[in-house]
Design a protein around this ligand. Structure first.
Ligand SMILES: NC(=O)c1ccc[n+]([C@@H]2O[C@H](COP(=O)([O-])OP(=O)(O)OC[C@H]3O[C@@H](n4cnc5c(N)ncnc54)[C@H](O)[C@@H]3O)[C@@H](O)[C@H]2O)c1
Length: 366
């Protein structure tokens, strides 16, 4: 199969769909990989790295799309790319169709095979191609939170780990999922006093089993949240209710109960945020202040660390890319139920029910 890796052209996207390591695995099996020149630069991989792994470097995005049977990328195609996509071409990437009707209609029109990273789902319900980005965001939340606690950026002026003779900071983590556990691990590593809240007792049991004793768990409810926010230095929002907007666990009146310079990193901002005063920000201007509380609410946190994010993402996508290349999409999906769940649009038809529901389309229309 011929596999094409275009350069990402969506604003602020620096990741790339495949590392040279992935290229090598494909070329070893006899597949041809085409990569657009400079596509990997921001992730720390130059054209020579790809060439050495067996890829052919092409100068334009048009040639990548025109010559490939399968496109492997990171973000959904943007309008400039719509006209490049061919009938029958496999597009394997993050799509998030349910929030973008224009994209959905464009991909239906293209008659391509759209396989969405975010809906590839294992039998235990987990989403293996989303997990690494939550891992990155969870770890980054503490790194960013610690920085925003510094005085020049209007934080409390507090070193999260403390020093001998000065106690460490207090970190409150809402949600003990992937983001919450990675954040707890980083905060614990810095020596902070960490409290993790969740409504799922199994998650709390797990945290309690694996974390050191300065990470404590409590059930998530309004009473406990109100109790902890008064003394917390850094609050991390890592809530997810699948398919729904995040509940507002911290309401605007609660900000007045917090100490000035408290920092909130609302990682759940991409689902609307779990703090009432959250609004999405970008890496250019990541934080804002309301009632003396610093809010960091970047919706694509992994975008700031493209090297780590690219490698983490392609580690998990590569096994599926190899299956698709070796067997073709139909056989690969017959053999792998998780991959089959990723198929969203085939030959102009939406095959993933939640997209139909999102746009109120019935099946005959689709
Ligand atoms: N901003 C970014 O760049 C970025 C990157 C990755 C993920 N995210 C977002 O981070 C959020 C968390 O993702 P995840 O992968 O950790 O999800 P997850 O499903 O692994 O964990 C979510 C946790 O929230 C818990 N929860 C639900 N309701 C709760 C409540 N009322 N109180 C306390 N806990 C509650 C669940 O029990 C679960 O343990 C999601 O919204 C995700 O989209 C954002």
């Amino acid at each position: 199969m011929i596999i094409g890796i275009p350069k990402e052209i969506k604003n602020n996207e620096s990741r790339v769909g495949m590392t040279p390591a992935g290229v090598l695995e494909l070329t070893k099996l006899g597949h041809k990989v085409l990569i657009q020149s400079t596509a990997g630069d921001s992730s720390g991989f130059d054209d020579e790295d790809y060439h050495a792994a067996g890829a052919t470097v092409l100068p334009t995005i048009d040639r990548i799309y025109a010559q490939s049977d399968m496109i492997v990328k990171v973000k959904e195609p943007i309008e400039l790319e719509y006209r490049l996509i061919k009938e029958g071409q496999i597009i394997f990437t993050y799509f998030h169709f349910a929030s973008n009707q224009g994209l959905t209609e464009a991909m239906m029109k293209s008659k391509s095979i759209c396989i969405a990273y975010e809906t590839v789902q294992l039998s235990d319900g987990t989403l293996p191609l989303l997990t690494p980005m939550s891992e990155v965001a969870g770890r980054m939340a503490i790194q960013q939170g610690a920085k925003y606690l510094e005085k020049p950026v209007k934080g409390k002026g507090l070193l999260l780990g403390g020093v001998p003779g000065v106690p460490p900071g207090k970190v409150l983590i809402l949600g003990a999922g992937t983001v919450g556990i990675q954040a707890a691990k980083m905060a614990a590593g810095l020596g902070a006093q960490v409290t993790v809240l969740d409504v799922n007792m199994n998650r709390l049991r797990y945290v309690n089993d694996i974390m050191p004793s300065h990470v404590v768990t409590e059930f998530s409810n309004e009473y406990n949240i109100r109790k902890h926010i008064k003394t917390s230095d850094l609050i991390i929002g890592g809530i997810l209710i699948t398919g729904a907007k995040a509940p507002k666990l911290i309401t605007s009146d609660m900000l007045k109960q917090m100490q000035p310079g408290t920092v909130i990193v609302d990682v759940a901002v991409d689902q609307g945020g779990c703090v009432e005063t959250t609004r999405p920000t970008t890496h250019e201007e990541p934080a804002y202040i309301i009632d003396d509380v610093v809010h960091y609410c970047v919706a694509n946190m992994p975008g700031a660390v493209p090297h780590t994010s690219t490698v983490a993402l392609t580690n998990v996508t590569l096994p599926y890319v190899l299956q698709l290349a070796e067997k073709g999409w139909e056989q690969a999906c017959q053999d792998d139920d998780a991959l089959a769940k990723g198929v969203n649009i085939v030959d102009g038809k939406v095959t993933f029910e939640p997209i139909l529901e999102a746009f109120d389309w019935n099946k005959s229309f689709a």
